[in-house]
Ligand binder design. Structure first.
Ligand code: XMP
Length: 508
């Protein structure tokens, strides 16, 4: 495996995803964590950082010790840190580089640049520059504005490389190629991190861990819990007891459809209709955070109630994925909770069950690949993310059963239309929001006074930032017509053209 030491860069996860895409397993660790050099560790990548290596509190590591053991690749801050620790000079230069730059290869082409043309576009993002390399460091490439875009030091027991640019960013045209060279030709990684391999390994590990004991698990109809449950099911069969709760704020027909797919997959899942319980408690609670808390709490109640009826359960299955468990390096102090996200993951520790989390080390795109390999149908694998509190946070203000029905109808028209027009897969997430506004309309000879819905669709990579999707006007016009003509209670449709930031994807 490869270890990525994180110095707090916004791109660290992207580095990891590029490494995984090369079918090489990697893990991210905060730079300050200790780790073992066992036979499995084939190389180390140092990430970028918002720090300058010259800051008094700049993060440092025992780089020389590491280069004794395995090849090291420093990216941006990582490269500057290597320069500084070996006695070179890094300074805030008046030529800062942000964005595209032209890299030019110097001298004989090193293995790390194998297959890279003499000139290629790279992506830069740095305020400091390497002005002088330490003794015995070789320049491998430059750009117009900086003397060192890539370097190598070959006097350590293992080669040490530095790249000033970001190979993990898509705009570095040869970035993947360079990473591939480092991973395969320099570290000697075998490219055996594939979905098929992961599946066989995981199933045998699960069999060993669980034996003939039993697992209970909450499913949400989402990709993660479905893939996790399928893996566990492959390992232990009907000793997996799944529970899928209808909390009253799912999409139209979702409860039935998802249960049906689970059945087809052969999973042992019980559907629990708890709608009325949720509506009762949501009544009179317009506050978004209060709604989230109510839904989270009731979900746990229902789940525990169901768990009580089963005996001899030892494990709790969960669809936790890697981004949820990566420890992040906080540079700006403790991060603030912006929304209290409730997932099916939020089950209480007091259940005293041991956790089974087969996807703990996978990124979302890897979960999807594994899901496809497992034969899970596309209606589950390729579905948009859907928040745990469901339509409750898309009904602004108080949630009632009537409003849910209204929104379900409008949303169903929108989502079906996206699918029919081959637009569903082009957006990252789409949904409909019921606004707490009534406005005047006219239908036939009659005046109406009804609700407004907002259609939302965004493009995004991970939901952290997002742009509004530029859906065709004709499409929006048709959806608007269809909603107003078919959903009694809605007479106006608007389209949300805000990006994140400054807005968020959800409205609450
Ligand atoms: P925002 O609105 O913060 O959403 O831009 C980013 C992503 O998170 C989802 N989201 C939630 N998911 N519980 C969840 O499980 C929540 O309370 C919640 N709030 C937002 C949102 O759907 C989007 O995918």
């Amino acid at each position: 495996k490869i270890l990525i030491l994180d110095f707090g860069s916004q791109y660290t996860q992207l580095i990891a995803r590029c490494v995984r895409e090369a079918n090489v397993y990697c893990e991210i660790l905060p730079y300050s964590k200790t780790f073992e050099f066992d036979g499995n560790l084939k190389g180390i990548i140092l990430s970028g950082s918002p720090f300058s290596v010259n800051d008094t509190n700049a993060p440092v590591i025992n780089l020389k010790g590491m280069a004794e053991q395995v090849p090291v690749l420093g990216i941006c801050y990582g490269a500057q840190l290597a320069t500084k620790l070996y006695g070179g000079r890094v300074e805030k230069s008046n030529k800062r580089e942000y964005g595209r730059a032209q890299m030019e290869v110097k001298g004989a082409k090193d293995v790390v640049l194998r297959g890279v043309p003499d000139k290629s576009q790279v992506w830069m993002s740095h305020g400091d520059s390497i002005l002088e390399l330490p003794a015995d460091f070789e320049v491998l490439a430059t750009t117009e504005s900086i003397p060192v875009a890539a370097f190598k030091y070959s006097k350590a027991p293992h080669p040490l490389y530095g790249l000033q640019f970001h190979p993990e960013v898509h705009h570095s045209v040869e970035g993947k190629n360079i990473l591939h060279n480092f991973l395969v030709n320099i570290c000697g990684c075998s490219q055996d991190w594939t979905p098929a391999h992961f599946i066989t390994d995981t199933i045998s590990q699960l069999k060993e861990k669980i034996g003939n004991r039993k697992v209970i698990m909450a499913l949400s109809g989402g990709v993660d819990s479905t893939v996790a449950a399928t893996l566990i099911h492959k390992a232990i069969g009907d000793h997996l007891y799944g529970i899928f709760v209808d909390n009253g704020v799912l999409r139209k027909g979702e409860f039935e459809q998802v249960l049906e797919t689970y059945k087809q997959l052969g999973l042992n899942i019980k559907g629990v209709d708890a709608r009325q319980l949720f509506y009762k408690e949501l009544k009179g609670n317009p506050d978004p955070e209060a709604k989230r808390k109510i839904i989270g709490r009731l979900f746990i109640d229902v789940f525990q109630q169901e768990a009580k009826q089963l005996s001899g359960i030892d494990f709790l299955g969960q669809g936790t994925i890697y981004p949820d468990v990566i420890e992040s390096v906080s540079v700006h102090g403790p991060s603030v909770t912006i929304k209290s996200h409730h997932n099916v993951g939020g089950l209480p520790e007091k259940m005293h069950l041991e956790l089974v989390e087969p996807l703990r080390f996978l990124f979302k795109d890897e979960v999807r690949k594994v899901g496809r390999e497992l034969g899970i149908p596309s209606n589950l694998i390729d579905r948009h993310p859907f928040p745990g509190p469901g339509l409750a946070i898309r009904i602004l203000g108080e949630v009632t059963e009537e409003k849910v029905k209204l929104l379900q109808e409008a949303d169903d028209i929108y989502i079906k239309a996206l699918k029919e027009n081959d637009l569903y897969a082009t957006v990252w997430q789409a949904g409909t929001i019921l606004l707490p506004v009534k406005s005047v309309g006219v239908m036939g000879d009659e005046r109406t006074y009804e609700y407004t819905v907002a259609l939302r669709a965004v493009t995004s990579v991970d939901g952290m930032t997002a742009d509004w999707a530029h859906l065709p006007y004709e499409f929006l016009a048709n959806v608007s017509n269809e909603i107003c003509n078919n959903v009694r209670g809605i007479n106006r449709v608007v389209y949300d053209i805000s990006s994140k930031p400054p807005a968020t994807i959800e409205w609450e």
